[in-house]
Design a protein around this ligand. Structure first.
Ligand code: GCB
Ligand code: CA
Length: 861
């Protein structure tokens, strides 16, 4: 095992005053999964922080939840003796115990806030120190107890070594840096400014504090020195700065930042410590119309929510990546982000300050609470830590307290009455958190977010915080798109004085899935567009809606999710690799005002292989734009000007196979795209080779990993091919299942099926063909499904048994996929067929229970 010493650190820790007191401590660590005492389970490996030990969450829902150990050796120069040393951990998920030279120095609970560990009790100077951090991500009695995201374990944010004089800005409490900047009264003409230093004085003495404010351009605005006699110990020193006249205000359009530096000096004027932070002068409130007002003017808050992970790194991402994500929200024209569901890296908040993004940041109270004392007290502490650590960031306007706090209750508490009691208790807990947030930081608004359930009104929860957030998904998980505006209108009618925020709205999409006729929950790129086009318009046009936050900026890791992309929530405006989906530009077209936006929305589906009636494909080209009119040129031919509605210009056309260059333009603003059409006429050419792949029971076109296109299920027509009879397998009003199908990477192929007694007919010439039948028994299909199978536990489950006839000849009898491979597992049955007729008729019937077929392909041999 090899340890490296951060040479930078050694340089920094030479005796100094005021310079380089804080340096990163990310290199030279080693790591292994461990037992509870931190004894490694395997050979330690060299790693660099940020680090997570849960990349398994991309592969299994049962990702590792447990202990791990991180170690690092370091030395500190003898000349450093006499100073104090701390480690500042920006975030360790979820629990940490820190040992130095085998002595436990401190512990922290909660994966999303920073903490400081004082080292000197065990620190050796001029000799090797052994640091050990034992981490655990099981979240016993620790928020979040549940939630639609992965609890990646590890030391996943920066670690800092801090060296301080014995008298310094306090680092011991709540993970902060010992300074609070307040701007309690700001107007266009004047701003008040105060600084509170929490000072740890090594002895009783006279101290000086010099506070300097610099303007956004770096020039000095004011400097003031304060003096005070301090008794030994920790105390706050609150100083008022002179009024700032005509402050340059901070806003999303103009995120101007001042800087405050407080320098602590001894009576001889020698520097002891400094504290420095950006300052934004702005004021905000909720006005009489329940709108958000910034600097005296209403401002609709629109943007995206953000999780902190990025594939394939989990949550071990760099500050640069954090910045890049926030920049994407900014470039989209967003003025808002909801940092859901937990406080994020300090680099995120710094980015929001610098870019001008108004922030709702929250503690990770998600899905369900616990009455357990350990849970409530750690959650309360998280709120205190969040406020202490981030209160100086001017971009933060809202502290979030809870998200969908009763959504899991019905699964965990079966009887209705105790359920009600539990939620009433949750409301009480929410009230106490709201009160605490107001006491700690009266300058911010508070918010809670709820799923679509009016019981929150009944429990008195939806009225606790300043802002009532609704996470609304009508038209996705269920219901219709217009259910959205109906729900929120009803809330406004019932509670006309509430500030209503659409804290989530979104739909999943998968780059492999496309639809000409997009349907709710089909995971097509096109349905997500339809959904967001609908929601955003309502949010923008409804005055009483304070704002909205798309769920989510990016596709994110949620190990337990089973949908088209297993372990991934794909509601992102950008893909897993954070490249934009077309719909990102819809948001941009709606939100950007200061520059022209034109985006031809064909990137997501630039290569289209699809079945066409004649030899032409019916195409609708959508262009997202903030212009009123646009023209489209296809291979240089003018297709006319269109009036833009809801930031969309549309052209309908019918095109032959080929590659087309599209140009959408208004004056000099234009976008260029390439669209390639590969039309497959529905009528088969007699004698031509056949190569048809059908996604049975599905309305979408799916491109698999081999780049083969599977067509949507279609009814047979003369001279062509398709199904006769049967129906789509449905769960509730959704097509297919979301359950994971094992033994395949092609979930969308196997998650849908045609069921009943049906056939597929192909009007093909005599010859040799390979027919492949895709099966996955999706569930118990109801009482008719009669085939009984003993599973491993000896219980009997019902599965479908199928007869297959080709041109009247039985080829499979009593074929029972679940008996061969098990339920919810993929099975591909290939048959070589000698066809002597002018057609192939594949008849599928249930020999025992209901027949099903998840997909089929027919290829000439
Ligand atoms: C919600 C949750 C969020 C989920 C989201 C979804 O309401 O607050 O954590 O990820 O729905 O995608 O279902
Ligand atoms: Ca960081």
């Amino acid at each position: 095992m090899k340890y490296f010493l951060l040479s930078l650190l050694a340089v920094c820790l030479l005796p100094f005053q005021g310079i380089c007191q804080t340096s990163s401590f990310n290199g030279g660590w080693s790591f292994a999964l461990s037992d509870a005492s931190g004894h490694p389970n395997a050979k330690m490996e060299a790693i660099h922080i940020p680090h997570t030990y849960n990349l398994d969450a991309y592969k299994t829902k049962d990702y590792y939840r447990g202990y791990a150990v991180y170690e690092k050796q370091f030395t500190i120069d003898k000349a450093e003796a006499g100073r104090l040393h701390y480690l500042h951990f920006e975030g360790v998920n979820s629990k940490a115990q820190v040992f130095l030279n085998d002595q436990l120095l401190g512990a922290h609970q909660g994966g999303y806030t920073a903490f400081n560990i004082a080292l000197d009790k065990a620190l050796k100077f001029g000799a090797t120190n052994r640091l050990k951090v034992v981490v655990n991500n099981e979240n016993k009695n620790l928020a979040p107890l549940s939630g639609d995201f992965t609890i990646f374990g590890g030391i996943y944010r920066d670690v800092w070594m801090v060296s301080k004089a014995k008298t310094h800005f306090d680092l011991d409490q709540l993970g902060g840096w010992g300074g609070i900047i307040r701007t309690p009264k700001v107007s266009a003409s004047q701003a008040s400014l105060s600084f509170e230093g929490k000072i740890n004085s090594a002895q009783s003495q006279n101290l000086k504090m010099e506070v300097v404010l610099t303007a956004p351009d770096g020039s000095k605005v004011m400097a003031k020195t304060f003096k005070k006699y301090f008794h030994k110990g920790t105390k706050s020193w609150h100083v008022e700065m002179p009024t700032v006249n005509k402050p340059q205000l901070w806003s999303p359009d103009s995120p101007l930042l001042y800087h405050l530096t407080a320098t602590l000096k001894d009576r001889h004027g020698r520097t002891l410590d400094t504290f420095s932070h950006q300052v934004g002068f702005r004021w905000f409130a909720i006005n009489a119309q329940n709108q958000f007002e910034l600097n005296g003017a209403p401002l609709k808050l629109i943007g995206a929510s953000r999780h902190q992970d990025k594939a394939p790194y989990g949550i071990a991402v760099s500050d640069e990546q954090h910045f890049a994500d926030m920049k994407m929200i900014k470039d989209m024209g967003g003025n808002f982000t909801r940092l859901a569901h937990y406080p994020q890296d300090p680099a995120v908040l710094d980015a929001c300050d610098r870019l001008g993004i108004i922030v709702w940041q929250e503690i990770p109270l998600v899905d369900i609470m616990s009455k357990n004392e350990a849970f409530t007290s750690s959650a309360t502490n998280m709120l205190k830590e969040m406020i202490e650590q981030y209160r100086n960031n001017p971009s933060i306007a809202i502290w979030g307290l809870m998200n969908e706090a009763c959504i899991q209750v019905k699964y965990r508490i079966k009887k209705k009455e105790p359920r009600d009691l539990f939620c009433l208790w949750t409301a009480k807990f929410g009230k106490s958190l709201n009160k605490l947030a107001k006491e700690e930081d009266p300058s911010r608004l508070t918010a809670m977010a709820f799923n679509e359930d009016i019981n929150y009104d009944r429990y008195g929860m939806s009225g606790i915080a300043d802002i009532t957030g609704w996470n609304l998904y009508p038209g996705w998980y269920g219901g219709q798109l217009k259910g959205f505006e109906h729900f929120i209108a009803e809330q406004h009618r019932l509670f006309p004085h509430r500030a209503l925020f659409i804290s989530e709205f979104g739909a999943g999409s998968d780059a492999r899935i496309h639809a000409n006729n997009p349907q709710k929950f089909d995971f097509s790129m096109e349905y997500q567009q339809k959904y967001l086009e609908h929601y955003l318009k309502v949010i923008q046009n409804t005055d009483y809606i304070m704002g909205g936050s798309v769920w989510n900026l990016a596709d994110f890791s949620s190990a337990s999710r089973q949908e088209s992309m297993v372990h991934i929530n794909n509601k992102g405006l950008v893909h897993l690799d954070h490249t934009p989906k077309d719909v990102y530009y819809f948001l941009q077209a709606c939100l950007v005002k200061d520059r022209p936006i034109v985006h031809i929305a064909t990137d997501d589906w630039a290569n289209r292989t699809q079945v066409t009636e004649g030899d032409r494909a019916k195409i609708e080209v959508k262009v997202y734009t903030n212009q009123n009119h646009l023209s489209l040129f296809v291979n240089g031919i003018d297709h006319g000007e269109r009036t833009v509605r809801n930031h969309i210009a549309r052209w309908k056309m019918q095109n032959k196979s080929g590659v087309y260059q599209l140009i959408a333009a208004k004056n000099r603003t234009m976008d260029v795209a390439t669209l390639s059409l590969n039309n497959i006429p529905a009528k088969l050419k007699k004698g031509a080779p056949v190569n048809i792949h059908i996604n049975a029971g599905s309305s979408v076109i799916y491109t698999d990993h081999a780049k083969t296109t599977w067509f949507a299920d279609r009814a047979y027509s003369e001279g062509g091919w398709g199904f006769i009879g049967g129906e789509h397998f449905k769960q509730g009003d959704r097509n297919g299942t979301v359950a994971t199908i094992k033994d395949t990477d092609e979930q969308p192929l196997f998650q849908t099926a045609r069921i009943g007694d049906f056939s597929y007919k192909f009007d093909v010439a005599p010859g040799t063909y390979q027919l492949a039948l895709n099966f996955a028994d999706l569930s118990n299909w109801g009482p008719q499904s009669a085939y009984l199978l003993n599973n491993q536990q000896g219980q009997q489950t019902k599965v479908g048994a199928i007869d297959v006839e080709i041109n009247g000849k039985v080829v499979l009898k009593n074929f029972t996929p679940a008996q061969v491979v098990g339920g919810h597992r993929a099975l591909v049955k290939k048959l070589l067929i000698q066809n002597d007729q002018q057609q192939l008729n594949i008849k599928i019937t249930g020999s025992n229970g209901q027949a099903f077929l998840n997909g089929l392909s027919l290829i000439s041999k």
